[in-house]
Design a binder for this molecule. Sequence first.
Ligand SMILES: [Zn+2]
Ligand SMILES: [Zn+2]
Length: 267
Amino acid sequence: MPRTLTDGIEWIQGCIPRPGLTTDYVADPPDWYEPEREVHTCQNAYLVTGERTLLFDTLSPANREHVLEELDVALDGRDLDYLVVSHPEAPHAGNAFAILERHPEATLVAPAHGNEHELYHLGDAEQVAPGDTIDLGGREVEFLQPLFLDHAMHIWMRETTTGTFFPVDWLGFPHMDGECLTVVEELDHEVTVDQLLAFHGRVFFWYQYADVQKTNGVVEELADRYASDVVAPAHGLPITADAGAFIERMTAIVEHVSERGRLDVFG
Ligand SMILES: [Zn+2]
Ligand SMILES: [Zn+2]
């Protein structure tokens, strides 16, 4: 079942158990790992509902039936008006056409950046650039310049009524079985730098080439800007309290990856 994250925003999660990771962690447990638990990575999609509805991301093809069913529950009989894909990668866009087949009334929305739309069959999509908004009736989403990304054709989003920030791949981290559809605030442990590193050390390996001071200046700025937002990442558990302090932890990640390079454990 989807979970209501905040007023008008439903959270759809697809978990992927990682037996390989679990084996590594049993042998050499990091500070956040609890014995006898299985490690999950996840993909999240979010349905924003005003007078009109908007789905942000699609989960991967392996989760196709799951996302179609969950979306039906979240829509609760309403039409889907917009399907936004943050970037053309399987966990984010892999079910776009299956969802459009089920909901032919929906408008496909893709990032305007780049000229590879035909390559990804997104040529007919409505394109959005940073600063563009979609009025959902009593609720609005704004598209943002993505600052930490893994693919050039990419967009971040924010729902301005509740103040919910969707940073896509940034701020992801693995969780353990039993913690699915749980928000950070409800966990019985902190999400440590090590736990964040397990994800960012691989996906954001370009931090090793980044200017640490400059990059962390941007992290601090984002921590300030979204300090009281709900943060809804694509591969982590949402942050519903004290987002500023959480985001600030990312400065340690930038330093770590810059000093020690790419992390290869996240297979
Ligand atoms: Zn991703
Ligand atoms: Zn899970």
